[in-house]
Design a protein around this ligand. Structure first.
Ligand code: ATP
Ligand code: MG
Length: 456
């Protein structure tokens, strides 16, 4: 009897839960994708194959996040993220070439053709003690259902689920309407969601810049308020999102947002960036100034699908600080090379506390800075080898940008441009004219002889 009672009460409880679940379930719109001008033709073949396979095996399969958002804005998606109710092991089983990756949260990489398709399982926000003392969410790794998966996403425009087989888009948070308004709206309480994961501040800046979306003023205020929390974000994540911003083709707009919301000191603490341009008290980069021009050129290159160099971007970003330190060191009577080397090492040591650099980028920055010193050397083989250096074009570009900081004369830039494109005999002529003009050759030789003498 007792047993039956327990059973009955638990059945009753389950029914009660289900009953409330019906009421708790968020209303959502299922929109026919054709009415949104969204067709499955826009989906890559490998992504389509994955979805078909998932659905044939009885699982859900949706395209989610950035790809749906971008397609609805007529922007070519970077990749197609897929979400399903199948667990990672169940996904892996369906494909010949698939691998479960991630320690904290396992997702599956499916390899089809040359493409890697990321398949994740619906997740829910974890409400158990998983926050640090600043309120940052440490773990987000519990499987859930689609309704729970929606709630953990950052923006309404990033929470659209597209089923290309049923040809439907599920919209739980009026994401389509916000997309039409071209407005960034956070799901849930903005302040809480930014505290929970401050990297969202950078994501909003990145997406607003890239897609030309509006960040409402009250959201900007919250982002500015939450800026100090960026210091507490793991540096790999911060660096990752900042890099994405720099290569988005809209880095100038993104950087201006960073300045407008006064976030630069939290992103690169211990280091003033764009010192010259900030001093003028403006909240945006000075038009045609050093950083402005560099970022504008960078965006143009990205938009024309031209190769870009991250080392160059980093060098430009931190050049003013590097040069400031270099000048300090020069006053302590060490050679120009050593002063530059010390300055680069010191500045990058500071930045590396908060920003993750790949070794190759750091090596690139060092090289570009050291090459700057060689633009004032006109004796020996140095000028000839300088123009043959792999990084000479980038170094010359930086040299030219420095005109804007009044560190370099435009005449020098023109000289190096001409020198680099001249045949060897003309190069020799140009050098001897230059040496005579500046008296550099003589002093260089004299110094060398003196050195030899002192060794003997
Ligand atoms: P991009 O075009 O740059 O890839 P994206 O929005 O697709 O933009 P991803 O990092 O690929 O960015 O993330 C995929 C989706 O995962 C997002 O659209 C969003 O729904 C969710 N997401 C990513 N990062 C976060 C975050 N920090 N907080 C909440 N949701 C996130
Ligand atoms: Mg994406």
């Amino acid at each position: 009897m007792q047993k039956i009672k327990v059973g009955q009460s638990s059945i009753f409880l389950i029914m009660l839960k289900k009953f409330f679940a019906i009421f708790n379930k968020r209303e959502f719109l299922a929109i026919k994708s054709s009415t949104l001008n969204l067709t499955r033709k826009a989906i890559s073949n490998p992504a389509m194959t994955v979805i078909k396979k998932l659905q044939k095996s009885g699982w859900d399969g949706f395209i989610v996040g950035g790809a749906v958002r971008d397609l609805l804005l007529n922007v070519k998606p970077k990749d197609f993220d897929i979400v399903t109710n199948a667990k990672p092991a169940e996904v892996k089983e369906l494909f010949n070439r698939a691998r479960i990756i991630g320690r904290r949260f396992r997702i599956v990489h499916v390899y089809i053709g040359g493409e890697t398709i990321e398949v994740s399982t619906f997740r829910k926000r974890n409400i158990a003690n998983e926050y640090d003392r600043h309120g940052r969410l440490l773990r987000d790794n519990v499987f859930g259902n689609i309704e729970e998966d929606v709630e953990r996403r950052d923006l309404t425009i990033n929470s659209l689920y597209y089923d290309p087989i049923a040809e439907k888009v599920l919209d739980y948070h009026n994401g389509i309407s916000d997309l039409n308004k071209r407005e960034i709206v956070i799901i849930g309480n903005s302040r809480k969601r930014l505290i929970e994961d401050p990297i969202r501040i950078i994501r909003i800046i990145r997406l607003a810049a890239k897609l030309n979306l509006l960040i409402p003023n009250n959201l900007k205020k919250e982002m500015k308020k939450g800026g100090n929390l960026l210091q507490n974000v793991p540096k790999a994540r911060l660096s990752d999102d900042l890099l994405k911003l720099f290569v988005s083709g809209r880095s100038l707009q993104g950087f201006n947002y960073i300045l407008e919301m006064e976030l630069q000191d939290f992103i690169f603490p211990n280091l003033g960036v764009c010192l010259m341009e900030k001093k003028k008290g403006s909240k945006t980069l000075t038009k045609n100034g050093f950083l402005y021009t560099a970022l504008k050129n960078l965006d143009e290159r990205v938009n024309r699908n031209k190769k870009i160099s991250l080392s160059f971007i980093f060098t430009v970003l931190f050049w003013e600080k590097i040069n400031e330190r270099r000048t300090d060191f020069l006053n302590s009577e060490i050679s120009e090379y050593v002063a530059m080397q010390k300055a680069v090492n010191e500045v990058f040591y500071d930045i590396s506390q908060n920003f993750y650099f790949q070794r190759k980028h750091l090596a690139g920055v060092k090289e570009l800075c050291m090459l700057q010193v060689r633009f004032s050397k006109f004796f020996g083989k140095s000028p000839f080898s300088l123009v043959k250096h792999l990084r000479f074009p980038s170094a010359l570009k930086l040299f030219e940008l420095r005109v804007k900081l009044n560190e370099v004369e435009m005449e020098s830039v023109m000289w190096w441009k001409e020198f680099s494109s001249s045949p060897d005999n003309k190069k020799a002529c140009m050098l001897s004219t230059m040496k005579n003009k500046a008296g550099i050759y003589k002093s260089g030789r004299r110094r060398k002889r003196k050195k030899k003498g002192s060794i003997n």
